[in-house]
Design a protein around this ligand. Structure first.
Ligand SMILES: *Cc1c(COP(=O)(O)O)cnc(C)c1O
Length: 372
């Protein structure tokens, strides 16, 4: 069976985990957490990066830092993972979904302005498949209407928009290190903070509402309860696993890109299906290769055909506005021209670190045979 995904493993993970254990410091913000943090800050150029227990939690922190209040409206695409919305629903916000562009599957930047009301507090672009949203337009709208931009860059580490790393353009950016992402720590993520004015409160929120981070740096002589907060810092054991991948991030990306290109060379320009569109201003990280077939029925048949040949291809994201919670906590602004239709056509092909070339070749052959 060719699985859809295998968690990335470089070979150094157990050595580093043992080192973390030997340090006798396995809680948050130990040696490996600090290494990952330094790497993230250097690699992206952001002012502050905080390792978190998930991208979901990084989004929750961003919602708290942006001071989202009950009744505030948050604009985002409906074609996304539930966490993008959940983080704001937890603060009592109303979600306003906007249609996507059929080419990138990202929020249609030209439909955002019409959805803005007096209650709008933030725009949450989701960089689907690690391909950047049209950030210049989104940042300009945010400036005009005084809104926060919180990037769901869960899939976007190592990708850029006009040379800027995804996750560093808005006030806040959120990465995921879940096992299905390019680099993993099992469950984990990071919050990127553009303006240093948010750093102190972010540290407090992440440390149960205390100033323990300052205490550990020797900046205060005791730590106390300062604000609301939660526990958003991961164990150093998880960070040790992640460090083994960040160390060889370029190699992992190169390996994924090789698979991505093999698929792309085989399918681009082929009349049976559509393939991902990468705008010229975007550099992507080979997070995902998807194809788009004619319709839902053809996709169902193709999934079954591939499964019979031991290939696991998957789809995802039932559009949030059509889900039970989406109807309760949100509304779709404008018409759903592309969101539902495109999501029903989309199929993700297996893509992971060290997927053998022969396997990729076999998957391509099987897809081609299906259409023959
Ligand atoms: C994976 C993902 C998340 C959630 O990440 P976790 O680290 O599992 O919380 C959120 N948004 C998008 C777009 C994702 O792909």
């Amino acid at each position: 069976m060719t699985p859809f995904n295998i968690a990335p493993f470089t070979g150094k993970e157990l050595t580093y985990i043992k080192q973390a254990v030997d340090n006798r410091k396995i809680c948050g913000d130990g040696e490996f957490t600090m290494r990952c943090k330094a790497w993230l800050e250097e690699k992206t150029g952001t002012s502050e990066a905080l390792l978190t227990t998930s991208c979901t939690h990084a989004l929750e922190m961003a919602a708290l830092l942006a001071d989202i209040q009950p009744g505030d409206e948050i604009i985002m695409p409906s074609f996304t993972f539930v966490s993008t919305a959940d983080a704001f629903v937890l603060r009592g916000a109303q979600i306003v979904f906007v249609d996507i562009r059929p080419d990138t599957m990202n929020i249609d930047e030209n439909l955002i302005e019409a959805a803005i009301t007096e209650k709008t507090k933030a725009i949450v672009p989701v960089h689907y498949a690690g391909v950047g949203c049209e950030m210049d337009t989104i940042m300009e709208l945010a400036r005009l209407h005084n809104l926060y931009v919180i990037e769901d860059a869960a899939q976007g580490i190592m990708s850029t928009y006009k040379g800027k790393p995804l996750g560093t353009i808005g006030e806040f950016g959120c990465f995921s290190f879940h096992e299905t992402k390019n680099f993993s720590m099992g469950e984990g993520g990071a919050l990127l903070i553009r303006e240093l004015q948010f750093k102190e409160r972010a540290e407090i929120l992440r440390e149960k509402g205390t100033n323990r981070s300052k205490f550990f740096r020797g900046e205060v002589d005791k730590y106390t309860w300062c604000d609301m907060g939660s526990s958003y810092l991961p164990s150093d054991i998880n960070a040790a696993y992640l460090w083994a991948q960040l160390e060889v991030a370029d190699e992992i990306t190169k390996d994924r890109m090789k698979t991505w290109k093999m698929y792309d060379d085989a399918f681009r320009g082929w009349s049976h299906l559509d393939v991902p569109v990468i705008p010229p201003e975007c550099e992507h990280n080979a997070h995902m290769y998807y194809i788009k077939v004619k319709d839902l029925e053809e996709r169902t048949n193709l999934i079954a055909y591939l499964l019979e040949r031991d290939i696991k291809a998957v789809f995802h994201y039932v559009p949030l506005h059509s889900a039970q919670a989406g109807r309760k906590y949100g509304r779709f602004h404008g018409e759903d021209v592309h969101t539902t239709r495109e999501s029903e056509r989309l199929l993700r092909l297996p893509l992971y670190y060290h997927l053998p070339e022969e396997e990729t070749g076999r998957i391509i052959e099987c897809v081609k045979k299906f259409f023959a």
